[in-house]
Each structure stands twice: as structure tokens, then as C-alpha cells.
Ligand binder design. Structure first.
Ligand code: GLU
Length: 544
């Protein structure tokens, strides 16, 4: 390519390749330390898959003593969504995913290998694109979108592979004079890579998760610089991951088919490609069929879904680690109290063949365990934080009744107690605390077939002897006493042997008290509930 053409393609004075390379010295890290990144595009709501990717990369990098960073891939400016970048940054922080480099909460770059936002790296891409053009490894293409579309239609009609390759790559063989006259005429252009491969040939690449893969060589002359001067993903990937010193690229496996191209780009630029770990996307079962979790179809594909419903962040992290690595569950069992981030991530054990299946039942069961491990204060604080954002009247109630709410969340919680598992997301907390603040409507149908008279008598008898200072044992002795006084069996065995000899059992007496006190047939420990309500309120509720 002549200097005149190069000057027309890149009219601005650019730094040299060496000047750029000097700004990105090799990182000084111990042997085996991985440099990994998450590189989302700020084009929509943050996808749960981005968090999944970030967790994998962060764990794998930090556990090797390496570096984890964030790069914002915002070269598709038409699709960019306002606020998406901020959401990515705040989400990573929210889940405790620590960035060594990238962009901080105020939007400032952090680290020596930036800028970490691709749109701020335009000049860098230009330098390397120019160097490829100079070496004859890239060329300007003047085909319009219509030309490309037309070619695609013809190729499809003729049963050929669609794309810009081989003899279909019209601008590949333009003469310097043709290129010059197009440029001088001000024709818009893009820069294409001159693909060195043959589709018939196979290359073998090792993927850290999928093993050795055999893929066809790339023969597509793909666009590396778009008409706005910004790079395509492919080119930016090679330039950035090289300069930023990425040693392992973990990314979605939709990029697998572009891998031969990426390797060609690294080679053309004179660099050693990084290692790759392609991860299958999270899937779900929809109507009996497995498919990718979709932002358009599935609200749970967006991270904010879990915020709105108040899922504890720790539970989501544990769940995603569990999806990534089937051995997580065994590890958790062996280490019930360690933070989830201590789990050793192992690439070769990633559940990756068909893509992990998103499953609410499993998420909920993990969330139950996570919340059961929390203290009442932690539950209170997390619920309050959620309510302040999503349910302000409830936040007011929580704030003005701090001690009482902590006591409520403390029921059946803590050392020695078999922690309750009913509360696992903050949006359900209100249901747990509600009857402490509002006297429930008494619904006798819940106690059928017991008679009104029997019920009334049981409740009244208990009210007269109840003392909020009673411990569990004394409390239960009183329940039994009331049972006995009213013809209910205190001994379950005796009751089962002769049900018609009694009005019911001590369990029915407890049920009467529960329904009168809570309005429900199921509740946490009733003795603790009564203690929090106090003698007077208990007496009021027992007036049936
Ligand atoms: N911006 C790309 C994406 O969102 C990143 C892929 C990669 O991690 O290299 O898919």
C-alpha cells in the first residue's frame, strides 16, 4: 500500500506502534498468575450471564495471584444504552467482585493499562490498523451495505457460504489507483483484514474448558475498522487483550466460531494469542425445550430482577458458582461457614458441555441456607436496604421498630437453634413481620371441625395462665395443662390409640392458639411470637 493511500486512510498524525507498545509493558507477575477480564458491552440491562462470566474470571484470576479487570466494550455506539455502563460497574461492586483495574464508581479509570473504555482507545486501534494496512494485511473496502446484502443473496441462492471471502472479496484486489481514486472521491470505506486462511483447512485449538477443538481456518475478510473509525469486536479484542496483558480470555462460547479469525489477527499483529476459555451461556427449560436465557423473554435474565425481589447477593453468588462448578456443593458441605469466594475455581471442572440450567428451585434452596446463616441484625439491615429502594412504607415501619423487628427475625435463628428456612428473599420479610404489627382477622374455618365453644374455652383458659416470662418448657407445660383441662389428649400416642376418646390432641390446642395469635396455621415458634407480642396483646388476640 502506498504512503499516499495510507495518509488518506489515516490523515491524523498517529503515534508509532513502538510508542504504544512502550506504554503497555509486560506485567510483572509470578509464574502461573492469570490476567483475566470481563468485557461487557453497555448495550442493555446487565445480564445475569455477565455476572456469571465476571465471577468465573475474577475467581480464576485472583486465585492464581493474578489480575482481574473490567473493560467496557462500547464500540457499538448505536446500540449503547444510557446508564448501562454505570449499572455494570455498580453491579460488580454489589456482588463483591473486586476489580484491580478498570473503572471506579465515579467513572474514573483505575490501573496502568487503560483507558479501559474502548471508545477512548480509538487512536490505539488506528495505529495497529494502519500497521496492518502498511504490511498489506488489511485493505480499504468501499462496498456499500446494499452491495454486501446483494452479494449475500446471490451466494445464498447459489448455495454458497455467505460472506466476504476469496473471489467474493471484491475490494481485496483493487489496484492502488482504484483505491486512490475512491478515496479522493470521498467514498466511504471500512478497513478489512486480508484473511490468510483456507476454509477447507482445520486448525486445532486448545480451550481450557472445552479441550482440543478442531475448527475451520478463517477465510473471511472481516471488517476491522468501521466507517466511524472504531474497531469491530474482533480487532479490539486482539489489540486490547494483548496490550492489557490478558493471559486467559474467558468469554461466551458464541465467540468460538470467530476464534480462528482471532488467532490470525494475533499472528498478523506479531503477537502470541492468549489462552481461551469459552463458556456456554446459562440456559433454561422453556416448554420442555432447552434454550439460552434471554433478556427479551426472561425477566430473570436481568440482574435487576433479583434486586427487585430482594434476593441476597451472597445467595446469587453461591448459586452462580454452583452453576459454574458442580463441585461447589461438596465444597460448601465441607466448608459450611467459609465465604463463597473462598471456593477454588477449576476450569476443567466447569459445567460447560450443554450450558448450565437456571433453576429457581435450586436458587431458593441456596438462598434459604444463606439467610439461615445470617444473624437477625444482618437480615434486618438487608431487608431495610431493600425496602428503602423498593417498598418505602415498609422501610419506615422497619426503621421505627428496629428492636422489635430484629427480635422477630431472631426467632428460630442462631447458634444451637435449628435455623428457620422460610425467609430467603427480602420481599417476603413483610409477610413474616406483618402479624406482629396488625392484629390478624380471626378465621375460624382454619380450625374446622373444632367447635366454637371448645376453641373459645381453650383460648380463654390459656390467656388466664399465660406469662410472657415463661420459657419454652414452661410455656408448653401450660399448653398441655389447657389441653388436659379441655378434654384434649396431651399424649400423642394415647390420642392415636383412641381418637374418639378426646376432643383432639395437644397439637390442636397449639393450632387454636396459633390461628388466634397469627391468623395462620403455620408460623415460626409460637412461644417466641407471644413473647414479642407481650401478655396484653396475647390476651387481646385470644379473645375469640
Ligand atoms: N463485548 C463482548 C461481549 O459482550 C465481550 C466478549 C469478550 O469477553 O471478549 O460479548
Amino acid at each position: 500500500m502506498t504512503p499516499e493511500i495510507l495518509d488518506l486512510l489515516f490523515p491524523n498524525k498517529l503515534p508509532s506502534v513502538d510508542e504504544i507498545l512502550a506504554k503497555y509493558p509486560p506485567r510483572q507477575l509470578p509464574e502461573g498468575a492469570r490476567v483475566m477480564r470481563v468485557a461487557p458491552s453497555p448495550t442493555g440491562k446487565m445480564h445475569v450471564g455477565t455476572l456469571y462470566q465476571a465471577l468465573l474470571a475474577e475467581r480464576a484470576a485472583h486465585q492464581s495471584g493474578g489480575v482481574f479487570y473490567l473493560r467496557l466494550e462500547d464500540t457499538d455506539q448505536k446500540r449503547e444504552l444510557a446508564g448501562a455502563a454505570e449499572l455494570i460497574i455498580s453491579s460488580l461492586a454489589r456482588y463483591g467482585i473486586k476489580l484491580d483495574e478498570g473503572i471506579d464508581a465515579n467513572g474514573n479509570d483505575k490501573g496502568n493499562y487503560g483507558p479501559y473504555t474502548q471508545s477512548q482507545r480509538k487512536e490505539i486501534y488506528q495505529v495497529f490498523a494502519k500497521s496492518l494496512a502498511e504490511k498489506g494485511l488489511a485493505y480499504p473496502c468501499f462496498c456499500s451495505a446494499e452491495d454486501i446484502e446483494m452479494r449475500r443473496k446471490i451466494q445464498t441462492k447459489q448455495g454458497l457460504r455467505p460472506g466476504y471471502y476469496g473471489s467474493h472479496a471484491k475490494c481485496r484486489n483493487l489496484t492502488d489507483d482504484e483505491v486512490l481514486s475512491n478515496l479522493k472521491a470521498g467514498k466511504p470505506w471500512v478497513l478489512r483484514f486480508k484473511a490468510p486462511g483456507k476454509y477447507e483447512n482445520q486448525i486445532v485449538v486448545k480451550d481450557l474448558m472445552k479441550g482440543n477443538l478442531s475448527l475451520p481456518e478463517n477465510d473471511m475478510d472481516i471488517v476491522i475498522l468501521k466507517s466511524d473509525g472504531l474497531p469491530t469486536y474482533h480487532f479490539a479484542h486482539a489489540v486490547d487483550d494483548h496490550l492489557m496483558g490478558t493471559t486467559v480470555v474467558s468469554r461466551g462460547d458464541e465467540w468460538l466460531s470467530s476464534l480462528p479469525l482471532h488467532i490470525q489477527l494475533f499472528v498478523a499483529l506479531g503477537w502470541k494469542p492468549p489462552k481461551y476459555a469459552h463458556l456456554a451461556p446459562i440456559q433454561k427449560i422453556d416448554d420442555g425445550n432447552r434454550r439460552k436465557l434471554s433478556k427479551r423473554l426472561d425477566p430473570e435474565a436481568s440482574i435487576t430482577y433479583f434486586w427487585e425481589h430482594g434476593y441476597p447477593e451472597e445467595a446469587q453468588v453461591e448459586y452462580l458458582l454452583n452453576l459454574l462448578n458442580a463441585s461447589f456443593e461438596d465444597w460448601r458441605r465441607a466448608n459450611p461457614t467459609l465465604p463463597a469466594f473462598d471456593f477454588p475455581m477449576n476450569f476443567s471442572k466447569i459445567s460447560n458441555t450443554a450450558g448450565a440450567l437456571f433453576d429457581f428451585v435450586k436458587l431458593h434452596s441456596i438462598a434459604r441456607e444463606v439467610v439461615a446463616r445470617m444473624s437477625a441484625e444482618q437480615v434486618y439491615e438487608a431487608t431495610l436496604k431493600w425496602a428503602k429502594e423498593y417498598k418505602t412504607e415498609y422501610a419506615t415501619l422497619l426503621e421505627s421498630n428496629r428492636e422489635k423487628c430484629i427480635a422477630i427475625f431472631n426467632i428460630e435463628r442462631g447458634i444451637g437453634a435449628k435455623s428457620r428456612k422460610d425467609l430467603f428473599k427480602w420481599e417476603d420479610a413483610e409477610h413474616e413481620t406483618e402479624f406482629f404489627f396488625n392484629r390478624p382477622t380471626y378465621d375460624e374455618s382454619l380450625l374446622a371441625p373444632m367447635t366454637h365453644e371448645d376453641i373459645q374455652k381453650v383460648a380463654a383458659d390459656f390467656a388466664t395462665i399465660y406469662d410472657s416470662a415463661d420459657d419454652n418448657q414452661a410455656w408448653f407445660a401450660k399448653v398441655k395443662q389447657v389441653a388436659e383441662q379441655n378434654g384434649f389428649a396431651t399424649d400423642m400416642k394415647a390420642y392415636k390409640a383412641d381418637p374418639s376418646g378426646f376432643k383432639g390432641s395437644v397439637a390442636d390446642v397449639a393450632k387454636i392458639l396459633r390461628v388466634a395469635i397469627t391468623g395462620r396455621t403455620q408460623s415460626p415458634d409460637l412461644c417466641s411470637i407471644m413473647k414479642i407480642l407481650g401478655k396484653e396483646e396475647v390476651a387481646e388476640r385470644l379473645k375469640i
